[in-house]
Design a protein around this ligand. Structure first.
Ligand code: HEC
Ligand code: HEC
Ligand code: HEC
Ligand code: HEC
Ligand code: HEC
Ligand code: HEC
Ligand code: HEC
Length: 321
């Protein structure tokens, strides 16, 4: 009973205190809101984008292309805001023809054609990269209509473009190029070797994989694809102007190996899977082991079976005797 009384006694002031706390909290919140009103608005979607997001912010919206493929048209505006374009670009900056609904009819029939068509918009602001790309082995094949070469968005994305100089982007580049250059089927169509796997096994590739795994915030110092081949201006490796052409390769290596001698690059076997022509010694050693190990294991297995059957035979004989 004695415990109830004090409770009731302090009841009134407690309500008062609670009220004061709520009042103070509200005042503080208002002050914070007033102080940060502008940045808060800038971090969220602009009013202009809100009109698009009224529809495109809904999950589960999709579009069926004339060729039959379906693509989601629900857009995660948070992804766009975190991208390098952030709040600098509005939806309509990249999609100027979409300010009214119904939107203009699509020209592209396939998803591939659709993406190639839409990536044209990147060129309006990044003309230097676009010009370089147009003259590259990828860019020229793209114009000719080959379906397996990258466009701007294959490498950078569309709504989630990140800073290209960031360590994460650098360390992930071999895998990005490898998504095509590691695919034997795609590469065979162009008479090229799928070089990615060989890269992951050599020193530069191993170091890069380690950085990606253990130091994602540091750029790998080892050579990645574009240190040797260039980025937007990648050339056919047979082109005498390519940075990997015989005449230029030593200059390319010397950017990181300044003391490399005349024969440094000629000792290089990076993209070559060992064979009778490339790295024959490594190849013969591999063959030797491929034959030797199964042979030894097989021999041991035969010995074991013989031994077991003799042991079983002895037991049987022993049992009968
Ligand atoms: C009334 C709802 C609505 C509004 C508002 C709207 N859209 Fe769409 N949008 C759609 C639907 C539904 C589709 C799927 C294809 C279709 O029906 O046209 C689509 C498709 C798209 C596509 C993919 C097809 C293409 O033509 O490339 C883009 C890009 C697009 N919208 C951008 C925008 C932008 C940018 C805005 C704002 C300026 C916007 N939309 C406003 C409903 C809307
Ligand atoms: C930096 C330019 C850029 C901005 C900004 C941008 N888009 Fe896109 N958008 C693209 C490109 C390029 C594609 C083509 C898709 C691809 O290549 O993956 C695309 C595709 C789309 C599609 C078709 C579905 C898809 O993902 O392929 C819709 C819908 C769309 N955008 C809506 C929007 C909305 C809504 C906004 C604003 C919140 C917006 N976009 C902002 C460049 C942009
Ligand atoms: C309306 C102009 C505009 C369009 C269209 C545009 N960008 Fe950008 N882009 C910019 C600006 C401005 C920046 C710089 C942002 C910054 O540095 O903060 C930028 C930055 C970038 C960066 C990072 C640059 C760096 O230094 O690492 C990449 C990559 C990029 N854009 C790729 C694209 C791609 C891919 C597209 C097409 C989907 C595209 N941009 C469309 C204006 C544009
Ligand atoms: C094969 C992949 C690939 C394609 C295709 C590609 N890029 Fe890049 N891009 C990269 C890489 C990798 C870097 C980083 C280069 C560096 O840090 O030295 C980069 C860097 C950039 C940058 C940052 C500034 C610079 O030059 O380093 C911009 C902007 C850019 N790309 C825009 C584009 C545009 C626009 C297109 C299409 C015309 C395009 N990219 C096509 C891989 C690609
Ligand atoms: C979307 C797939 C794709 C991506 C991603 C890609 N490539 Fe390619 N690349 C190709 C195709 C396909 C060819 C063959 C083009 C041709 O022969 O017309 C090619 C050609 C090349 C060649 C010329 C080979 C020769 O001697 O003819 C080099 C070098 C090259 N790519 C390097 C790279 C690098 C480096 C990257 C990453 C920065 C990259 N590629 C990303 C598909 C891709
Ligand atoms: C240390 C420099 C170096 C690095 C790193 C490098 N390459 Fe190469 N690459 C070369 C040289 C030199 C050649 C030409 C000699 C040869 O074919 O082995 C070549 C050849 C190629 C070819 C032509 C293959 C063919 O069948 O003719 C492609 C494609 C290629 N590289 C893509 C890549 C990709 C993708 C990466 C990253 C995963 C990469 N390269 C990393 C130097 C390099
Ligand atoms: C972007 C810088 C860069 C470029 C370009 C480069 N390398 Fe390297 N290379 C490194 C780094 C860093 C190491 C040490 C870490 C490792 O083993 O990956 C290395 C290691 C090596 C090694 C192992 C032995 C040693 O010296 O540590 C050889 C061999 C080598 N590189 C050959 C080449 C050749 C040949 C070329 C030109 C075709 C080349 N590199 C281009 C950065 C580079």
């Amino acid at each position: 009973m004695g415990t109830v009384k004090p409770e009731v006694a302090v009841g009134c002031p407690r309500v008062l205190i609670r009220f004061l706390v709520v009042l103070a909290g509200t005042a503080a919140l208002l002050a914070v809101l007033a102080g940060t009103a502008a940045p808060t608005a800038a971090a969220g979607p602009s009013q202009e984008d809100e009109t698009c997001l009224a529809c495109h912010g809904t999950p589960g919206l999709s579009l069926t292309l004339p060729g039959g493929e379906s693509v989601s048209v629900s857009v995660d505006s948070a992804l766009l805001r975190q991208s390098v374009h952030g709040s600098a670009l509005a939806c309509a900056t990249c999609h100027p023809d979409h300010t009214r609904y119904p939107h203009p009819p699509l020209i592209a029939r396939t998803l591939r054609d659709y993406r190639v068509e839409r990536s044209e918009v990147c060129k309006t602001c990044h003309s230097q990269q676009a010009d370089e790309f147009a003259g590259s082995v990828h860019g020229r094949a793209l114009v000719m209509g080959f379906p397996d070469v990258p466009t701007c968005t294959s490498c950078h994305g569309a709504h989630d473009v990140m800073r290209a100089s960031s360590p994460a982007f650098r360390n992930n580049t071999p895998q990005l190029c490898g998504s095509c250059h590691g695919n034997p089927e795609i590469m065979a169509r162009y008479g090229l070797r799928p070089v990615y796997e060989a890269y992951t096994r050599e020193f530069h590739g191993v170091t890069t994989a380690l950085y990606k795994l253990t130091k994602p915030y540091s750029p790998t110092p080892a050579a990645i694809c574009y240190d040797c081949h260039g980025v937007h201006d990648i050339k056919d490796t047979e082109d005498p102007a390519a940075p990997v052409a015989r005449r230029n390769i030593l200059t390319t290596c010397r950017r990181c190996h300044p003391t490399a001698g005349r024969f440094f690059a000629s000792a290089w076997t990076e993209h070559k899977t060992p064979g009778p022509d490339a790295s024959p010694l490594v190849w013969y050693v591999q063959i030797f082991y491929r034959v030797l190990i199964p042979a030894v294991l097989g021999f041991l297995a035969v010995l074991t079976v013989l031994d077991l059957s003799r042991w079983a035979g002895d037991r049987l004989k022993g049992g009968r005797a």
